[in-house]
Design a protein around this ligand. Structure first.
Ligand code: FES
Length: 160
């Protein structure tokens, strides 16, 4: 019995045969697992080790080195907001404050069921669309403070 779905096993097999060494496939394999499960669970690491011969220490090293990989459950919508210079000059601080306010209010109402999480991020690589945020994998450009309420309410209801 596998902890991975059939579709996920096919993707893992694909990446393991695509690269010259198994170790080279760790990053795309982890992306696939996180896309399907939201985070990398200990049992995922164990199965990567036992069935796919990926070294568990190397897998854990990759997960802990890159912020993008999560080894704990995340909220339904993880917002990564760029706080690098271009985005900051074009209003990132104000927009981040607005998001933080919404999250605080939601946490007061919903506790752990709050749908949004926030991470401040270095450059997201789309400076010409500054200020920029990612909501899970969707990039949102020109995410200025005046647009935050409308943008977030597309994903989940906001507190009044
Ligand atoms: S500075 Fe924000 S995307 Fe580059």
């Amino acid at each position: 019995m596998s902890v991975f779905s059939e579709g996920l096993r096919k993707k893992i097999d694909h990446y393991l045969t695509r690269y010259e060494t198994r170790r080279s496939a760790i990053l795309p394999v982890l992306h696939c697992i996180q896309d399907e499960h939201g985070w990398i669970k200990p049992e995922h690491i164990e199965e990567l080790h036992s069935k796919y011969e990926l070294d568990r220490v190397q897998v854990k090293e990759v997960i802990t080195f890159y912020d993008i990989y999560k080894d704990k459950p995340t909220r339904k919508f993880l917002i990564r907001y760029c706080q690098n210079i271009t985005c900051t000059m074009l209003g990132a601080k104000e927009a981040i404050c607005r998001i933080e306010d919404h999250i605080k209010k939601l946490e007061a109402e919903l506790g752990d069921d709050t749908p949004f999480g926030l991470e401040k991020f270095p450059c997201l690589g789309k400076c010409d669309g500054a200020p920029v945020m990612l909501v899970n994998k969707e990039r949102v450009e020109h995410a200025t403070v005046d647009k935050i309420d409308g943008l977030l309410s597309k994903y989940a209801p906001l507190p009044k």
